[in-house]
Design a protein around this ligand. Structure first.
Ligand code: Z5A
Length: 221
């Protein structure tokens, strides 16, 4: 009698990769408000969502955030500042964003690589291609599936706050360059961006974000 043979057929299918959505824009543009509303809406429709932010959403990132934003840090050389933001991004992608995407989750981040291109590149006037090289290396070239850019005049954004952190206190011309930096990034790759006027009412902006993200996720309305 010939030996019985068993063929093991795996029924495991690989987890589909998640979707990476990013909010960008100047201070007070409504990124935190809009990311929170998007996360709530997606969770209500059954998605597993990982809300996150930069800088600071890892244990080491929280310490880097203190250095970066505390006015007591004083002036940093622009390259030092760019490298600290890059270190925060490296830890964030390796320990938060990439693992969540691998689990098939929707990752919604408040700021990502475009922030360093706009603030450390256009704002601090480091060569943007050099800042980009460092930031892409730090993040292993992980790019969002969609970036929502909330565009707002810096004066209007600042008026939504009272206190000033180290970056917010960098002056009007700096923030005008930052705004233009974001707009230039969106104009260079329009298919990957949703650019919205951040003066619009919160619910109107949320509806536009939701519509675009649901299209990305293939949700029927
Ligand atoms: N930075 C950098 O230089 N390089 C980098 O790579 C990264 C960051 C990642 C992080 O600061 C700083 O680090 C940031 C850039 C720099 N500095 N600056 N300047 P943060 O995380 O502490 O803060 P932020 O990212 O700038 O966010 P924010 O200032 O807290 O603003 P926001 O999240 O865009 O807005 P919000 O909190 O949702 O809303 C602000 C207020 O406006 C609030 O009272 C809302 O109720 C109100 N609001 C929101 N939407 C509206 C509308 N539509 N109309 C009227 N009022 C509204």
């Amino acid at each position: 009698m010939s030996p019985t043979r068993f063929v093991v057929v795996s029924t495991l299918t690989p987890t589909p990769r998640g979707v990476f959505v990013c909010f960008e824009g100047g201070e007070g543009a409504g990124k935190s408000t809009q990311s929170r509303l998007l996360v709530e809406a997606l969770r209500a429709s059954g998605h597993v969502v990982r809300p996150t932010y930069e800088p600071g959403d890892t244990p080491v990132g929280a310490r880097l955030r203190e250095i970066l934003l505390d006015p007591a840090t004083g002036d940093l050389a622009p390259r030092t500042e760019a490298l600290i933001y890059a270190a925060d991004k490296a830890e964030h992608v390796a320990t938060v964003v990439e693992p969540a995407l691998a689990r098939g989750e929707v990752v919604v981040t408040d700021r990502y690589v475009d922030s360093t291109l706009a603030y450390q590149g256009a704002g601090r006037t480091l060569a943007t291609d050099e800042v980009e090289h460092v930031a892409r290396w730090a993040t292993d070239d992980l790019r969002p599936d969609l970036t929502v850019l909330l565009d707002l005049d810096p004066t209007a954004g600042m008026a939504r706050f009272t206190g000033r952190d180290r970056i917010e206190g960098a002056g009007e011309e700096f923030h005008v360059r930052v705004r233009q930096g974001f707009l230039d990034l969106a104009a260079a790759d329009p298919g990957s961006y949703l650019v919205l006027d951040a003066r619009a009412p919160v619910e109107e902006t949320h509806a536009a974000v939701r519509e675009r993200v649901e299209a990305l996720l293939g949700v029927a309305r």
